[in-house]
Design a protein around this ligand. Sequence first.
Ligand code: URA
Ligand code: SF4
Length: 213
Amino acid sequence: MAGPEDAYTAEPFVPRRGGLPALREAAAECRGCPLHRAATQTVFGAGKASARVMLVGEQPGDQEDRQGKPFVGPAGKLLDRALTDAGIDPADAYVTNAVKHFKFTRAEPRKRRIHKAPTLRETTACGPWLAAELDRVAPELIVVLGATAGKALLGSSFRVTQVRGTVLEEEIHGRPERLVPTVHPSAVLRADDRDGAYRGLVADLEIAARALG
Ligand code: URA
Ligand code: SF4
């Protein structure tokens, strides 16, 4: 039987008209799934509508939730450095997430907030925002950061280890897109061999830089 959770979707909140500022304003009021309740604010994508490359992460982290901007915490700092090392100017990229609200648990009340991975249902609910961003930005290339973004864009069979560092051509929300998947920058921060993981991220981003030309 279909439960009420099956109805989770951002769709009724997404304006059909208007550019990124109109989307951002509307996304601030999204109640498409329960994640807005505990989070501080919607963290919408950031960057210019003219950006040639769109980077898609998982969901905002603690810092992003407080500041209202994507990739401003430790993972974002690492990502900016890796982009620069790969020859992509971070200022020329549009950065966003598959899910626009921070999902977390607390070990104890008032203790540090611990990131919790969004479910497929939450990612699917938030998908209309990502589709609208792709429509307005129309990037030449999408860099997929990790499994959650990969599943959101390419389906649940996505495996980052199988396709990282390759240029994929897929139809997404009715548009032909080129995508380069890689690991999530948070995975680099957690890796035992952090230098090796960082070099792998930069190598994948170099493929993206070359695909951009
Ligand atoms: N991790 C993400 O996936 N996105 C952010 O914005 C920050 C950390
Ligand atoms: Fe809306 Fe996405 Fe936030 Fe859920 S996570 S309330 S769908 S913006």
